[in-house]
Design a protein around this ligand. Structure first.
Ligand code: HEC
Length: 144
């Protein structure tokens, strides 16, 4: 009888320990916030999203349908090589992150020189979640 209760105690202790560990391990959100505290964006998630063929709730074309990450390669829109650096000076008085966010959510606010207005998909601002937009901005910021 004494042996049996000892086993019960052990099992109880083990399951408590497992529960404690499990709770700590399933919080990736706090990790990404630590990486990019300003916008809360996660560049790795942004890169995955950027390279998906269709994204968002209305199955819009993904970014690399129209944008290349290779220097000087124009698909439909401008190459995003060095985008994080270029964004800092794109519009005077606007931070790099704000410029990128606006380029995604309101593409016509500032049309890149040499390209036509209204060609970029216009509804990412409402199709994507705030987190997805933050992730895309974090990814573009990482392209130096
Ligand atoms: C249907 C084609 C198309 C798709 C899809 C598209 N873009 Fe664009 N994008 C363009 C064009 C064309 C321009 C240049 C004209 C303008 O500024 O609107 C542009 C401009 C931009 C710029 C400004 C570039 C610069 O050099 O200043 C950013 C940033 C950008 N897009 C991000 C994105 C992201 C992120 C996605 C995916 C969520 C995306 N685009 C999807 C066509 C597209």
């Amino acid at each position: 009888m004494r042996k049996f209760s000892l086993v019960v105690l052990l099992v109880l202790a083990l399951s408590l320990l497992l529960a404690a560990c499990g709770g700590g391990g399933s919080e990736p959100a706090s990790d990404s916030a630590a990486v990019a505290p300003r916008s809360g964006g996660n560049a790795a998630n942004g890169e995955k999203l950027y390279k998906q063929p269709v994204i968002g709730k209305n199955s819009a074309p993904g970014c690399n349908t129209c944008h290349s990450l290779d220097e000087g390669v124009v698909l439909v829109g401008p190459s995003h090589a060095g985008m994080g650096t270029r964004a800092a000076t794109a519009v005077s008085g606007q931070s790099a992150e704000d410029y990128l966010r606006e380029s995604i959510t309101n593409p016509n606010a500032h049309v890149t020189e040499g390209y036509a207005q209204g060609v970029m998909y216009q509804n990412y601002g409402t199709d994507l979640t705030e987190q997805e937009i933050n992730d895309l901005v974090a990814f573009l910021m990482s392209l130096k």
